[in-house]
Design a protein around this ligand. Structure first.
Ligand SMILES: NC(=O)c1ccc[n+]([C@@H]2O[C@H](COP(=O)([O-])OP(=O)(O)OC[C@H]3O[C@@H](n4cnc5c(N)ncnc54)[C@H](O)[C@@H]3O)[C@@H](O)[C@H]2O)c1
Length: 389
């Protein structure tokens, strides 16, 4: 049950009208558990119904208004000094991004004002890795081109030369950023297709390496060819060696345009490049040019440099598979993200500490009355002297 209202001219759905803390949610979120968590924490929840898909700062400031304890915002919003100042002035003590990545948040601006910034790690890993795997297969085996060929009535019969793509089995997969999602994707490709793995990450992922070494032993014991894993010293090494390269690093000043004209030139002519990280990790105009000049080079893209726009020419490339930033779009993940974002805000508006542990399953499964009395993931907890469990 909810009531409809308007905040400074912006339509909202109001849940738990009598809640003492006012929490603004800038977009409708899936599932019910997140609302139950905020309600149980004594929050009145106002969910924006503004028709714009991406809210500008002026609209978000209207939603924040004069009194606002916390906000759940989106990765499409620009959370910097202007919005954190508005939130601070309204008495806000909590912000959570509805995402694991938070490159849209200028965390120092929140820290300066003592506002905790939450994110939602732990529920996106497998779902995002699965879309990267789907894009890899779709690009390597030309699934989208072939689908459109069928729909357009061009199929006149089986031919030995129709839509020949690349086999993944026993080839080399390269990962840039072997964190949670990169490692999950690596396991899918290594176990599913017996691929060898090379990766670049400033930090070694010894757990992943051990896992693959054990898997390789298992293959050897069952009479199959083993697989190899190696951490490379440079991104260039990965690009030269891999048949498939998938990006899973976070976006920051070091990874913006990590894939540029010069690095594309190092890749195999028939390589597959996948990006389910963040669009600006690739110089998209350079990628389009490279793919126009190298028709056997394929790409699978979930994210774009200037979303929702695409670089000129990209949509016309038959060798690109493009999907609209849906990597985390499974119901389990999207409702889990809502649960974690709500738990972040519910805890912070009530002055509770941060949980900040790898295993967040307690938030997803436990009865609401027995959730950990802490915010699942606060990225600036230490910087604002917030207690961490
Ligand atoms: N497309 C989507 O919908 C979607 C969904 C979830 C996450 N993501 C993106 O995926 C990213 C990774 O998520 P995660 O949960 O695996 O995060 P994570 O923090 O576990 O992993 C990121 C890894 O990138 C590495 N890294 C940092 N700088 C690097 C560099 N210069 N070169 C190579 N590696 C570098 C880090 O050391 C870390 O191991 C997020 O930051 C987010 O932007 C996208």
């Amino acid at each position: 049950m909810f009531a409809s209202a308007s905040v400074n001219g912006v339509p909202v759905e109001v849940h738990n009208e009598d809640g003492a803390k006012r929490v603004v949610v800038t977009k409708n979120l899936p599932g019910e558990r997140w609302l139950q968590i905020l309600t149980a924490a004594g929050c009145r929840v106002e969910v924006s119904q503004h028709p714009d898909i991406i809210l500008d700062n002026a609209t978000i400031k209207k939603l924040i208004g004069d009194k606002c304890d916390g906000v759940i915002g989106q990765l499409t919003e620009d959370w910097g000094s202007e919005l954190f100042e508005a939130l601070k002035a309204a008495g806000g003590t909590a912000y959570s991004n509805y995402a694991v990545g938070y490159n849209n948040v200028k965390v120092p601006e929140a820290t300066k004002r003592g506002i905790p910034v939450g994110n939602t790690p732990g529920v996106l890993t497998e779902t995002t890795a699965e879309i990267a795997a789907a894009l890899t297969l779709a690009a390597a085996r030309r699934v989208v081109e072939a689908d459109s060929f069928m729909r357009n009535g061009h199929y006149k019969g089986w031919l030995p030369t129709l839509f020949i793509g690349s086999l993944l089995q026993n080839k080399t997969v390269g990962i840039v950023g072997a964190g949670r999602i990169g490692a999950a994707y690596a396991r899918m490709m290594v176990e599913g297709h017996k691929m060898n793995l090379v990766y670049y990450d400033p930090y070694p992922n010894t757990r992943l390496e051990e896992y693959i070494k054990k898997y390789s032993e298992l293959l050897r014991h069952s009479g199959e060819a083993p697989v190899a894993v190696r951490r490379c010293e440079t991104v260039e090494e990965v690009l030269r060696e891999a048949d498939v390269v998938s990006l899973h690093c976070n976006l920051d000043d070091n990874t913006r345009h990590l894939i540029n004209k010069e690095r594309l030139a190092l890749m195999k002519k028939d390589a597959v490049l996948v990006n389910a990280a963040r669009g600006p990790c690739i110089d998209e105009a350079a990628l389009v040019k490279h793919m126009q000049e190298n028709p056997d080079f394929r790409a699978g893209l979930d994210v774009f440099e200037d979303e929702p726009a695409m670089a000129p020419g990209l949509a016309q490339l038959p060798n690109a598979v493009i999907v609209p930033h849906i990597a985390s779009a499974s119901m389990w993940t999207r409702s889990g993200m809502a649960t974690l974002a709500a738990a972040n805000v519910a805890a912070c508006v009530n002055g509770l500490p941060a949980f900040n542990q790898m295993d967040i399953s307690a938030y997803l499964e436990a009865p609401i009355a027995s959730l950990p009395a802490a915010a699942p993931s606060i990225v600036n907890a230490k910087d604002i002297n917030m207690k961490v469990l």
